[in-house]
Design a protein around this ligand. Structure first.
Ligand SMILES: Cc1cc2nc3c(=O)[nH]c(=O)nc-3n(C[C@H](O)[C@H](O)[C@H](O)COP(=O)(O)O)c2cc1C
Length: 185
């Protein structure tokens, strides 16, 4: 079982990266001990801003092809979205736009659990709503999702784990749903 995990952020200190790392660890520890997780960093996929002219002149960059191929090789995805001005970060949107020129069904039918983590009380609710509404149009099967507000209070950075018990339970449930989907229960 191959799991592809990433934060839709390029921040060096990304709270979404910290969270998705924790989620991937729990998925393996509690549900899928034989799973192999590949955690990627969107900084390794930096490309010129998408434009139709750049595409016509130079084709699709290797980074977009590599990301699309990694999705194709995975059995499931864990994505944690950072919220910038109510929607995706520019870095994620750029990668997504380029990949969508390979195949509009960017997610290739893969099951996924999506998260959004914020420092404020909103829990990235706006970007999560955007991601959930658009997912079916791009070949994603969202099995479960979770919004995580107030990261500095709810997450213990030193332990790399949630300290908020209700959220920890909700994460366990979201991961359990994905695992049950993957093993066909
Ligand atoms: C340009 C910009 C826009 C932001 N817009 C929002 C927003 O709309 N809602 C929100 O809750 N936080 C917003 N934030 C705060 C981010 O959610 C916060 O920086 C968070 O750490 C981003 O996640 P990351 O650390 O994984 O990159 C914004 C931050 C930046 C730099």
């Amino acid at each position: 079982m191959k799991i592809l995990a990433f934060a839709a952020s390029t921040s060096r200190h990304s709270i979404n990266k910290a969270f998705v790392t924790h989620a991937a660890e729990r998925l393996c520890a509690e549900h899928l001990p034989d799973a192999a997780v590949t955690l990627i960093d969107l900084n390794d996929y930096e490309m010129p801003i998408y434009s139709i002219d750049r595409e016509r002149e130079g084709g699709i960059p290797e980074h977009a092809k590599r990301w699309y191929a990694q999705i194709g090789e995975a059995d499931a995805l864990l994505i944690s979205y950072a919220e910038h001005n109510g929607t995706y970060t520019a870095a994620y949107k750029n990668l997504f736009d380029w990949a969508s020129r390979i195949d509009r069904k960017v997610f290739q039918g893969k099951p996924m659990t999506t998260f959004a983590v914020s420092v404020g009380r909103g829990g990235g609710g706006n970007v999560l709503k955007v991601a959930l509404a658009s997912a079916p149009h791009f070949g994603a099967e969202v099995v479960s999702s979770l919004s995580v507000p107030q990261f500095r209070e709810t997450f213990d950075v030193e332990r790399g784990a949630l300290r908020d018990e209700a959220l920890a339970g909700a994460l366990g449930e979201a991961l359990g749903q994905l695992a049950r989907h993957l093993v066909g229960e």
